[in-house]
Design a protein around this ligand. Sequence first.
Ligand code: SAM
Length: 321
Amino acid sequence: MANDLGQDIPERGGRGQHGHVPVLLKEAIDFLAVQRGGTYLDATVGLGGHSSEIARCLGAPGHLIGFDKDPAALQRSRSRLQHPDSGSAVTGDRSPDGEWPTVTLIHGSFAEIGERIAPASLDGLLADLGVSSLQLDDPERGFSFQADGPLDMRMNPMSGRTAEQVVNHLDERELADVIYEFGEERRSRRIARALVRSRPIQTTKQLVDVVSAAARPMNNSERRIHPATRTFQALRIFVNRELDDLKALLEAAPRVLKPGGRLVVISFHSLEDRIVKDATRDGAKQGVYRLLTKKPVTASEEEIASNPRSRSAKMRAAERV
Ligand SMILES: C[S@@+](CC[C@H](N)C(=O)[O-])C[C@H]1O[C@@H](n2cnc3c(N)ncnc32)[C@H](O)[C@@H]1O
C-alpha cells in the first residue's frame, strides 16, 4: 500500500492557531491561481485554513462558496471567514486592501455540487480530503484510536450509519470486505472474525483492543504503524461514503468550472489519489482538462517537520479547457 498512514499521522500533529494547520497551502493557492473578483468553491472548508487564504486573495468583488458535511466545522470556521480581521493563515494579514469577498457556507456533501452549483460558474474548485483535527481531537466523534469514545466516525453526525452500527451489524464476510477494500488490510478476514466474536463493540478502545489482538505486527515495517490504523481508515471511509462522494465531485467538476477554471485536490491515501489521478487523466484524454501536475505535488521537508500530517498529502491540479 502507498503512503497510507492517514489515520496515524494526523494524531501527531496538524494543530495551529485555528486548530488545524492547512496542508500544502501555498501550493494549493498557486495552482488555483486565485483571481481577484472570481468565484471559488472550497469543497471541504474544515476550519477554514485554505478558505481564508482564498478569501484574502479574492477581495470584495469575489465570491467564496464553502461546503462541509460537518456542521461543527462550519460553525467554527464561520466567524473566521466572515470577519476579515481574523487574518490570513499565511501572512497573518487582512486582505491587501482590507476588502473581503461574499462568503456562502453550505452544510452538505460536495457530492451535491452538480445539483447545487450553476454550470460553468466557478473559477476554481479546491478539495482537501479526509478528516480535520477538530474531528480527530474530539473523542466523542469516535475517529481516533488514541482516545476512548463512542464508535461514531460520521463527519455529518445528523445522518447515516455509525461505525458502531457497521461493526455490529454487517456479517463477517461483508465486514472483512470493507476492511480489505477500504483499509487495504491483508489480515481483514482474521480481524473481521475477531470483531464478530467480540460483539457488541461500542467504543473506540474496544475496537482497538480487538483489532490489536487479532493483527499483531509481524515485522518492523508493520510495527511502524498502529495495528488498528487500516481498520479505522476502512470504517471511516465506509461510514462516510468517502470514495463515492469523491467520484461524484470529480464527475461534476468539469460542468461547474468555467473554461480556464482550476481543479485542485489534496488527498491523503492511495485509494483517493488513484481516483483523482484517473479522473483527471481521463478528462485530459477527452480534451476536458489540461493537466497542471503530471506527478502529484507533495509537502516539502520543512512542512513535514512542522506538520507531520502533510507527510501523506498528494496534490493534483488540472485546468478546465
Ligand atoms: C482535511 S479537512 C479540511 C481542512 C481545511 N482545508 C482547513 O484548512 O481547515 C476535511 C474537511 O472536509 C470535510 N468533508 C469530508 N468529506 C466531505 C464531503 N463529502 N462533503 C463535504 N465535506 C466533506 C470534513 O468534514 C472536514 O471538515
